[in-house]
Design a protein around this ligand. Structure first.
Ligand code: IFM
Length: 448
């Protein structure tokens, strides 16, 4: 399939608060659990933290200018909950909210649609100390925070996202302990997942009652293929698929968890109140899909809790994060969403790749060909999925800027724009120039 994208297709790029803003405690903000985690020795590669990151907190005007250079029509960012509510609940920190107010106004003045996400992993530390997402009350705390944000920005924002990748919050933060809050507790994980979903539902209700605009949730999906036709591999792959791809979408759309969750969590899987699913299935306007890779799986009883291990594929290209480059799986997963969950409008809210980049050459060029190829292949896959009849309405490249890649620190770079952390100089990479041409031609540049 070649040619242009639909006329109304939306082009953007994405970031998140803790990964780019820096100054996490400025102007009255409280610490987030990511701030505390990153300052705990041994949690982040090289013991790095996001105290400065891309200094976007001070350089947001310059970053909007870069967005304009790229021709972005929309910008997906997240708000830091603990900037807005330093203790997580109660007292509002006006300067924190003012920052996002200025950012939204700056984007609108530049002709760029703001697409905020309310929660992209950085929970106020004060709430973590009260049990975090494993505490049932966290859903209500989240809704109270959402209400404060809607009241301030709701007159200018048309599209909201509640949560980013709840699967990662739980898998990284409560199952494997490699993300904040660093827990490894199979009893807490199902509770945290459930309360994230309840928080999402409450925030949707709050938006419907008190604000305007469309709202969605962002999930990260990864097609799971089996390494062989052996029953054990097929079953392990089915569990891996339930764990990563259906754990959140099934309750959101079908109002129940996949049966496999009991096999995975055993006695740790609780029975949840039936009424909770009325809240969780609160209708949304769109689904945000973050797609990076697929995985091929084989049975591995030692790989708890799922009992499946990924198998590296000979001849495949892998990114610096060890993710197989496979655009065809993006087309496939888009078709799978449509067939399993119906015709939800979909935005690709993240897609991109970490590759080692060269420094700018004498002419200021950053020649990041592998990333450019990654974007070309995946955008072609999106176009194919649209031709298949999937209602994909927009695409946000991950990421606008190189940034703090969580437990990997700064070493893994995903940006369309390189950041020199010593000088904070921004340089648009070749992939960024390519993406600019794709946007300007509404996709025709993919075929050039
Ligand atoms: O950097 C992350 C982002 O915060 C969430 N989705 C995946 C990205 C790359 O790992």
């Amino acid at each position: 399939m070649s040619g242009a994208f639909p006329d109304e297709f939306l082009w953007g790029a994405a970031t998140s608060a803790y990964q780019i803003e820096g100054s996490p405690l400025a102007d009255g903000a409280g610490p987030s659990n990511w701030h505390v985690f990153a300052h705990t020795p041994g949690c982040i590669a090289g013991n790095e933290n996001a105290d400065v990151a891309c200094d976007h907190y001070h350089r947001w005007r310059e970053d909007i200018a870069v967005m304009r250079e790229l021709g972005l029509q929309s910008y997906r960012f997240s708000l830091s909950w603990s900037r807005v509510l330093p203790e997580g609940t109660g007292r509002v920190n006006r300067p924190g909210l003012d920052f996002y107010d200025r950012l939204v106004d700056g984007l609108l003045a530049a002709g760029i649609e703001p697409w905020p996400t309310l929660f992209h992993w950085d929970l106020p530390q004060a709430l973590d100390e009260r049990g975090g997402w494993a505490n049932r009350d966290c859903a209500e705390w989240f809704a109270d925070y959402a209400r404060v944000v809607f009241a301030r920005l709701g007159d200018r924002v048309d599209h909201w996202m509640t949560l980013n990748e709840p699967w990662v919050v739980v898998d990284g933060g409560y199952v494997f302990g490699v993300h904040a809050p660093g827990k490894r507790d199979l009893a807490l994980a199902p509770l945290a997942a459930h309360n994230l979903l309840r928080g999402h539902g409450l925030a949707v209700r709050c938006l419907r009652a008190e604000a305007r605009g469309q709202v969605g949730i962002v999930v990260n999906l990864e097609p799971k293929d089996a390494d062989s036709d052996w029953p054990a591999d097929l079953e392990a792959t089915r569990r891996a698929d339930a764990y990563m791809n259906r754990w959140y979408l099934d309750p959101l759309v079908k109002g129940r968890y996949p049966d496999e969750m009991r096999d995975i969590f055993g006695a740790n899987w609780p029975t949840f109140p039936a009424d909770d699913f009325k809240l969780i299935t609160e209708p949304i306007d769109f689904l945000g899909l973050n797609y990076y890779t697929r995985s091929v799986n084989r049975a591995d009883a030692a790989a708890r809790p799922v009992g499946a291990s990924p198998v590296r594929q000979d001849g495949a290209v892998y990114t610096e994060t060890g993710w197989e480059v496979r655009p065809g799986s993006l087309r496939e997963v888009l078709g799978w969403i449509k067939s399993r969950y119906g015709d939800l409008p979909i935005y690709i809210t993240e897609n991109g790749a970490a590759f080692a980049d060269p420094s700018p050459d004498q002419g200021g060029r950053v020649a990041d060909r592998p990333r450019l190829d990654y974007f070309r292949g995946h955008l072609q896959a999106v176009r194919d999925a649209i031709a298949d009849g999937v209602d994909v309405r927009g695409y946000f490249a991950w990421s606008l800027l190189d940034n703090f890649e969580w437990a990997c620190g700064y070493e893994k770079t995903f940006g369309l724009v390189q950041v020199d952390y010593a000088t904070q100089e921004r340089t648009i990479k070749d992939s960024g120039r390519f993406y600019r041409d794709v946007i300007a031609s509404n996709g025709l540049a993919l075929d050039a």
